[in-house]
Design a protein around this ligand. Structure first.
Ligand code: GLC
Length: 480
């Protein structure tokens, strides 16, 4: 049967590049855009259709790019805007698209908007951020806590006598998304990148950018009821969707929707085609590698999503422990099983750089750690074959480098590559509906499309299922 014409982002395998650690073209120890361009042959060989770049915009790097000081300028250490344009052009020649990270929740405190905003209470930019008076006793306006250690989400600005809100670091003041000028400014920022041929955006903290207008206390201080997760965020996402929908070929909005209830996750798809194209599924990512549990999450996701919506799955990213360690406990068979699932489920798979090597979480010695939140172990340089001089984080030695794995048919890398190829070659795996099949405990079986049966054994015992023999932690996809 001919397959329906799916938009590129539904057929694609996405690959997240943590720019500082992917490839370093000028040997200053920090990865850069030219480095990525030089490695496009690798990404093409692997089978990546699009790369998502961690933030490349100008930043003082208090939170490694997630504190933006200029939304339309590219970090000089990465090669500046010309290097990005060049990467987009070179990638396009190989049919690889480039998605950029955008950080709308907050700016850097060095962003000119914030510098202007804090000058005085009647600065024209004052209302671009969330300012509020102290309580009569001088304490913060409410009980909101920030991420990174859970300290209070407010910092007093002595000069003007008001507190400003920061859901993350004090150096990351939150923008006020109730202000129409902020909304309009971001429309322009989106257009700036879309006009340059960017294929879409990964939206940082997509669930959190709109706050309670009245700044009410969170009923439970540990739960962000009012400083994130407001329904009003959907107005902003619909607005962004209208902007990207003006562009052809189609562009994609991929949200960091850090919510743990699948029905709430489903809301980020709107009615199926008027909000995010893809909303990251953290319950899946954080699940144990357990057949019953994973099956439950996938079934519930399939049931919750609106009809035209398309799931997206990932195992690792720059904020969490790499999956071969977190999910697979260092057992390579288990890591292969997890990757097998990623590539056989209905939905867009996202690989985090190094996932394809089976790269575990690195043990970064205390004196070499750089991140204030201890996430360095997921961000170490990709081991090409040496290839790094004096890198910003140590290259972890516990996985064979790319050059070695490429030449070894039995390597994790070649396993990952063959899974991607298998997916691409089987339209059921790309397009086909998902349907659970009965299976014994420890095994998860499902059908994709008309003709493909998938089974993965997430247990230590060999099993037999409909004449199919599965070794422990083995997955098989069969097209009849
Ligand atoms: C997102 C990013 C993370 C960053 C945080 C604050 O969760 O993925 O790296 O620290 O937002 O911007």
């Amino acid at each position: 049967m001919a397959s329906v014409a799916r938009p590129w982002w539904q057929r694609a395998v996405l690959y997240q590049v943590y720019v500082r650690s992917f490839a370093d073209s000028d040997e200053d120890g920090v990865g850069d855009l030219r480095g990525i361009a030089d490695r496009l042959d690798y990404l093409e060989w692997l089978g990546a259709d699009a790369v998502w770049l961690s933030p490349v915009t100008v930043s003082p790097d208090k939170d490694w790019g997630y504190d933006v000081a200029d939304y339309i300028g590219v970090q000089p250490a990465f090669g500046g805007l010309p290097a990005l344009d060049e990467l987009v052009a070179q990638a396009a020649r190989r049919d690889i698209r480039v998605i950029v990270d955008i950080v709308p929740n907050h700016t850097s405190d060095r962003h000119p908007w914030f510098e202007e905003s804090r000058v005085s209470r009647d600065s024209p930019r004052r209302d671009w951020y969330v300012w509020a008076d102290p309580k009569p006793d001088g304490s913060p306006p409410n009980n909101w806590r920030g991420a990174f250690g859970g300290g209070r989400a407010w910092t007093l600005d002595e000069r003007t006598g008001q507190y400003y809100l920061h859901n993350f670091l004090p150096e990351q003041p939150d923008l006020n998304w109730w202000n129409d000028d902020v909304r309009a400014a971001f429309d322009d920022i989106l257009r700036f990148w879309l006009d340059r041929g960017i294929a879409g955006f990964r939206i940082d903290v997509a669930h959190g950018i709109v706050k309670d207008r009245e700044l009410r206390d969170n009923p439970d201080p540990a739960i962000s009821t009012y400083n994130a997760n407001r329904e009003d965020v959907h107005d902003v996402l619909r607005r962004w969707r209208r902007v990207v929908d003006e562009y052809a070929p189609e562009r994609v909005l991929l949200g960091e929707t850090w919510v743990m209830e699948l029905d709430r996750l489903a809301r980020f798809y709107g009615s199926g085609d008027d909000e995010l194209h893809l909303a990251f599924n953290f319950p899946f990512t954080f699940s144990d590698l357990d057949a019953g549990r994973l099956r439950g999450i996938v079934e519930a996701t399939e049931a919750a999503l609106p009809e035209r919506a398309w799931p997206v799955w990932m195992l690792s990213n720059h904020d969490i422990v790499r999956f071969p360690t977190r999910m697979a406990g260092g057992d390579e068979r288990k890591a292969r099983a997890a990757l097998f699932l990623l590539m056989t489920l209905r939905g867009t798979p996202v690989l985090y750089y190094g996932d394809e090597l089976g790269m575990p979480q690195a043990d970064v010695p205390a004196e070499q750690q750089r991140d204030m939140d201890g996430r360095d172990g997921a961000r170490t340089p990709l081991p090409w074959n040496g290839g790094w001089s004096d890198p910003w984080l140590p290259v972890a030695a516990d996985v064979p480098p790319v050059a070695v794995q490429r030449d070894d048919d039995g390597s994790f890398l070649n396993f990952a590559r063959s899974l991607i190829a298998q997916r691409r070659a089987n339209p059921d795996l790309v397009d086909g509906a998902y349907e659970s099949l009965p299976s014994p405990e420890g095994v998860w079986a499902f059908r994709r499309g008309e003709r493909t049966t998938v089974a993965v054994n997430l247990s230590d015992e060999g099993v037999e299922l409909d004449g199919l023999r599965l070794r422990p932690w083995e997955g098989v996809a069969q097209r009849r």
